[in-house]
Design a protein around this ligand. Sequence first.
Ligand SMILES: NC(=O)c1ccc[n+]([C@@H]2O[C@H](COP(=O)([O-])OP(=O)(O)OC[C@H]3O[C@@H](n4cnc5c(N)ncnc54)[C@H](OP(=O)(O)O)[C@@H]3O)[C@@H](O)[C@H]2O)c1
Length: 250
Amino acid sequence: MMKQIWPENADLDEQQLEHLYAYPETRRWLAVNYVSSADGAVEVGGRARELSNPADQKVLKLGSDLADVLLVGATTAMVEEFRGVHPDEATLERRRRHGLRDVPPTAVVTTGRSLPSDAPVIAAAATPTIVITCAAAPVKKQKAWEEAGAELLVVGEDSVDLAAAIEALADRDLRRIDCEGGPHLFGGLLAAGVVDELRLTISPLLVSGTHERIATGVSLEPVDLSLASVLAEDGAMLVRYLVRNQPVGR
Ligand SMILES: NC(=O)c1ccc[n+]([C@@H]2O[C@H](COP(=O)([O-])OP(=O)(O)OC[C@H]3O[C@@H](n4cnc5c(N)ncnc54)[C@H](OP(=O)(O)O)[C@@H]3O)[C@@H](O)[C@H]2O)c1
């Protein structure tokens, strides 16, 4: 059972956990999910898998089960071999109970460099994947994504205008946005001032080395967070933070 240690001590059953991780009823809500080692690494050998644990999997699943759309950067989609959501019975039951469509699409952000049209995130998806790209992406590549079954969202010139992309998702009624990384995309979303929540699992592991951290890219004025909840299970700590101020220059 998941133990809540903030804002108060409590044992949370499945229903209470689901309630805690439900997206608020706002026009749009962007929650970013990460698992890291206790010393801040978000990958080992280039992947997140070794850092994860059953508690992390539980909240990660809640994040996607209750979302309208998953959002990932092209590198994460490729290295983590994203295939989109293929819902099991529990997911279907939960999504139907919340009035959500059976399968949320995945939206992948790319300039076109790292996302081949036969990527599993497009080719193996159960519902059309949304490729969020920019005008600079080669037209041939844009056509290939569409021919492979993806929907295209072109926002921005040389790179994706992330603020406009998030608005475009909300305009399509994809308002509960579950971002599953990676660090470059998260840094860009922070700089664009569109992140509402960080859901971070700290795994009871130390790895040292020069691994990626949760956000990278342009330096920002520190972004204030307020602590929303802290849970613990099997040595893992699961923290939810809300973003209080958006970066200067938004
Ligand atoms: N521990 C965790 O929870 C977790 C979660 C996710 C990822 N990770 C790890 O993070 C690592 C990947 O890190 P990353 O930072 O390279 O991945 P990333 O942020 O997923 O992908 C970066 C790529 O996304 C695209 N992109 C991002 N912002 C863009 C913008 N504004 N406009 C256009 N394209 C944009 C670009 O793709 P193009 O090159 O195609 O233009 C860019 O090269 C992996 O090792 C993965 O395992 C860990």
